[in-house]
Design a protein around this ligand. Sequence first.
Ligand SMILES: CC(C)(COP(=O)(O)OP(=O)(O)OC[C@H]1O[C@@H](n2cnc3c(N)ncnc32)[C@H](O)[C@@H]1OP(=O)(O)O)[C@@H](O)C(=O)NCCC(=O)NCCS
Length: 178
Amino acid sequence: MQLEFIAAPQLDVADAAALAALHTAVYPPKPGAKKAAPQQAWVAPQWHILIRDEADQLVSHVGAVTRLCLCDSNEILLGGIGGVMTQPAQRGKGYAGAGVGRAIDFLRQEMRVEFSLLFCAPRMQSYYRRFGFSSFAGDTRARRGDSEVIFPRNEVMAIAAQKPLPKCALLDLCGLPW
Ligand SMILES: CC(C)(COP(=O)(O)OP(=O)(O)OC[C@H]1O[C@@H](n2cnc3c(N)ncnc32)[C@H](O)[C@@H]1OP(=O)(O)O)[C@@H](O)C(=O)NCCC(=O)NCCS
């Protein structure tokens, strides 16, 4: 397995195409599926962790962002992890796990975020607990369309970085989630 850590503007055309193909393999379009409005939009990662197999094929991806957010009324630098996906045929080999671990370390040690946050389906909570994530105790607010939404608490997980996880009643992401 090879991990390549790359800032989004440095992604070349071939990597961007491989990433788009990975996304389609993981989330194939559903013909005839109706779009419920308003759809949640997600911000694009600022950094990509591209995970390749021995044949140099892109098999997995993890994205990372940082954002100045409001924890109650205190401004904090938050880390974000998203875009976690692995080719269906390549799952269970530790690819995504290696990328998530790299993203946690990068945000903690290099970006020196206060803590990191991710959004996941409730069934994925046990997976992320393995890395040290726990359910975020407060409400998390982010932009959806022209309004804002509070995410269900069982879809938001956090991991400490510079300090123990803060106790804030409302975490405002001040923008789109990731
Ligand atoms: C989740 C996902 C990224 C894991 O990728 P991976 O490279 O197989 O991850 P790892 O090899 O590090 O870990 C595999 C573990 O994830 C767990 N896992 C994967 N999908 C899961 C799911 N839907 N529910 C619960 N656990 C899940 C597996 O049980 C496996 O556990 P094991 O190690 O005990 O066998 C991959 O299954 C995927 O792309 N899923 C679709 C997209 C998605 O749901 N992304 C997560 C968004 S938060």
